[in-house]
Design a protein around this ligand. Sequence first.
Ligand code: SAM
Length: 286
Amino acid sequence: MSEENTTKPGLLYLSATPIGNLEDMTYRSVRILGEADLIAAEDTRHSRKLLSHFDIHTPLTSYHEHNKLDKGPELVEHMLAGRTVVCISDAGLPGISDPGAHLAMLAIEAGIQVSPLPGANAALSALICSGLDTTAFTFYGFLPRTGKKRRELLERIARRPETLIFYEAPHHLKGTLGDLLKALGPHRRAVTARELTKAFEEFNRRSLGELAAYYDEHEPRGEFVIIVEGFDLNNEVEAGPKQQLTPAELVAKLEREGMGRKEAMREAAKQLGISRRDVYQALLNT
Ligand code: SAM
C-alpha cells in the first residue's frame, strides 16, 4: 500500500491527464493510477489507450455526465469501504468543463479525503502564453450554446475588467468570436490558442475584430481556447456595442467625410476589425 493510501476510509484523487502530448503525464499520476483500486474514467475506451501506454492495469469503470447521479454514490461506497479511487477525464483536469466536480462534492459530504494530482489544463496553459494579464482572470469554459442565457452572460461580462477565458469547439469558433465581437467591441486584444502541446500548436494574437475576420477567411481546425483582454475601466472609448457605430453608420460617416463607397467600406472593415464581406452584408441589411 502506498504512503498516500493510509487514510481510512479510502480516498479520492482527481488526476490530470495530457491535453495532447503524452509526455505531460506526471510521474506521480502514473504511480498512483497504477496503485489505486479503481479508476473512474469519463470514457473508458479512450482512457484505456492512455493507461496501456503507461502500463497501468488498474480496473476501470465509467463515470460521466450522464451516469454521475447513479455512479457517484456507488464510487463513494467503494471509498467508504477503504478503497482508493482515481477520477480522470478525457483530457486535462477533471472537473474543469469535464466530469469530476460532482464526485468531489459527494466524497467531501461523505467525509472522504479528496486530493489533486495536478498536471495539464488547456485554459491555464493558454493563459500563461497569451501575453495578456494573468493576475486576475475568469474562466467561463463553454458559453451557453444559444439564446437568452448566452446573451445575458455576454452582457454581464462585457464590462468585467479581468482577462476572460473560454473553451470552444472548432465548428462553433466563428460563431463565438462573432458574438464576443458584438458584445465586447473589436478593439480588445484577444488570443486563440489552438492544439496546445500538439504538433500544430498555434497562438493567434490579434484584436478581437481582427481575430473574427481572420477566421472568416481561415477554417478553424482543432481544439481552441479563446482568451480576451478585460474591459479597460480607464478607457470609456473602448465602448462595447452601445457607443460603437454600426458598420452602416460608419460607412455613411466616412462617405460624408468625402470617401467613395468602396473606400469607406474598406476603412470601416479596418476600423471595426471585421471583414469587408460583413460590412457589405450589414449594408444590405439596412
Ligand atoms: N478538462 C480539460 C482541461 O482541463 O483543460 C477541458 C476539457 S473540455 C471538455 C475540452 C475543451 O478544452 C476543448 O473544446 C478546448 O476548448 C479545450 N482544449 C482541450 N485540449 C486542448 C488543446 N490541446 N488545445 C487547445 N484547447 C484545448
